[in-house]
Design a protein around this ligand. Structure first.
Ligand code: IMP
Length: 208
């Protein structure tokens, strides 16, 4: 395998995915290389289902290995919401800011100890023949009371990571990827792909 297509039209995710794969002998393709590829509806009930739906559709359409991610923010105080609905939390077509503003509103007056949250990222890699690899990465943190920082995307300005003493919104892309849910999942996927490139392993329907 010498090429992989990123099964997403989200430029923010593509930037972070490219960062992780930049030192691999792999040609990374995106939707720019396949302008006819349609938007895939995320009709699954779980992150894993959605990640697979996207990677399978892109692998079929492009006849190449495809990698997707589906990510959810799980807030303890909200019983794990927004979770799989993170992108549509404030409604269909909501902006990143609409979503984190809704979250801050729901968390108004909630004390710090009860503001625990985690990002869960499921990465799926699917081959044109239908081999599947699923990996997961999690980062734990807290929902801030106000947005901080202008880096990153999505809920990054309101997600505080204690081990760094900053929100994701205050971190450079390299700093975020070192400890982020997506960085963790992609690094595991990368290790398995590296073995595959060296001809030392296979990715037959693995889940890590
Ligand atoms: P999805 O994986 O495209 O369904 O993403 C769900 C939503 O979660 C996105 O629209 C973003 O708002 C948010 N999201 C995904 N990844 C991140 C991240 O790394 N940081 C902050 N928000 C994210």
């Amino acid at each position: 395998m010498k090429e992989i297509v990123l099964a997403t039209k989200n430029l923010d995710k593509i930037k972070e995915m490219r960062e992780v794969f930049k030192d691999m002998p792999l040609r990374v393709l995106t939707f720019h290389d396949f302008p006819c590829m349609e938007e895939i509806e995320e009709s699954g009930n779980t992150l894993e289902e959605n990640a697979l739906i996207k990677a399978e559709a892109w692998a079929r359409f492009t006849n190449k290995w495809a990698l997707s991610d589906d990510t959810g923010l799980e807030v303890e105080y909200l019983g794990g919401r927004p979770g799989v609905f993170s992108s549509r939390f404030a409604g269909i077509g909501a902006t990143y800011e609409d979503n984190w503003r809704k979250l801050l509103k729901l968390m108004e007056g909630v004390v710090w100890e009860k503001r625990k949250a985690k990002f869960r990222c499921v990465v799926a890699i699917v081959s044109p023949q239908g081999e599947k690899l699923i990996v997961e990465g999690v980062t734990e943190g807290y929902i801030t009371c106000e947005p901080r920082g202008s880096e990153g995307f999505g809920y990054d300005p309101v997600f505080y990571v204690p081990e760094k003493g900053k929100t994701f919104g205050e971190m450079s892309i390299e700093e975020k990827e070192e400890i982020s849910h997506r960085g963790k999942a992609l690094r595991i996927a990368k290790e398995i792909l590296n073995k595959k490139l060296e001809g030392k392993g296979n990715v037959k329907n693995e889940r890590v």
